[in-house]
Design a protein. Structure first.
Ligand code: FE2
Length: 240
């Protein structure tokens, strides 16, 4: 199991990679002052997550979801049953969510807390109807909205390629030194910054909605190869 840990002043971000059948990345936010933990998109192995949290002397109190897809939510009900944690999801995701637990909803620009650690909500529909990203200081947890030099597909209910383009424009406003953390390890590296992505991620480089939609649809039809490494604007033009 691959693990990365980022120690910040008020919190520690720990990431487990390649978890479960679809190799999801699971993100833990440990708030130092209250010894509470928020788990982002828990799936596949509830007991492993509880064990890791309790072994560190922390308590799972919050589950933050980026979107409704099964491979990001399938451990939620078990974790809620075992810990009583509350669940948070973007308000526009509610019609699609397939868990038994009733979550609390958040909207764009809301700020939520795990203990004394704040996370800003960025509403990024497109991969799903109400997908959100969580921005904590210098870390963006993006679910399947943005991958290293790639992004999620637009093929399941609620997806919308045109909306996805406008979500990308929001993500381009994030500072260059912020680290990007994704729902899957699909790129040619794991650690990256938003600055690096802004200069090499095709989904952020395409500068108009029509080309973006063509790019996403071309990929769904197998006409465009999914990018796993940095590309240039001229290379993207040749793909379209
Ligand atoms: Fe997804």
């Amino acid at each position: 199991m691959l693990i990365k840990t980022y120690n910040e002043q008020n919190f520690t971000l720990e990431i487990l990679y390649h978890i479960g059948a679809l190799e999801d990345s699971i993100h833990f936010i440990f708030d130092h002052s209250t010894k509470t933990c928020a788990l982002i998109d828990p799936a596949w192995d509830a007991d492993l997550f509880i064990q890791r949290i309790t072994d560190k002397g922390y308590r799972l109190t919050d589950i933050w979801l980026t979107h409704w897809h099964f491979d990001h939510t399938n451990a939620v009900d078990e974790l809620v049953e075992k810990t009583g944690a509350k669940v948070i999801i973007g308000v526009d995701e509610m019609p699609y969510l397939q868990i038994d637990t009733l979550p609390e909803t958040v909207a764009h620009n809301d700020t939520i807390f795990i203990g004394k650690t704040a996370a800003k909500i960025i509403n990024t529909p497109g991969h799903s109807a109400g997908g959100i990203c969580y921005l904590l200081d210098k870390h963006l947890i993006a679910g399947d909205t943005l991958f290293v030099f790639g992004a999620g597909h637009c093929s399941l209910p609620g997806a919308d390629a045109a909306k996805f383009y406008h979500s990308m424009q929001k993500l381009k406003q994030i500072n260059d030194d912020v680290m990007l953390h994704c729902g899957h390890d699909y790129g040619d590296k794991i650690e990256t910054t938003m600055g690096e992505q802004k200069s090499g991620n095709a989904y952020l480089l395409i500068d108009n909605e029509a080309d973006f939609v063509n790019f996403v649809e071309g990929m769904a039809q197998g006409l465009i190869t999914y990018p796993t490494a940095a590309v240039s604007k001229s290379a993207i033009k040749l793909m379209l």
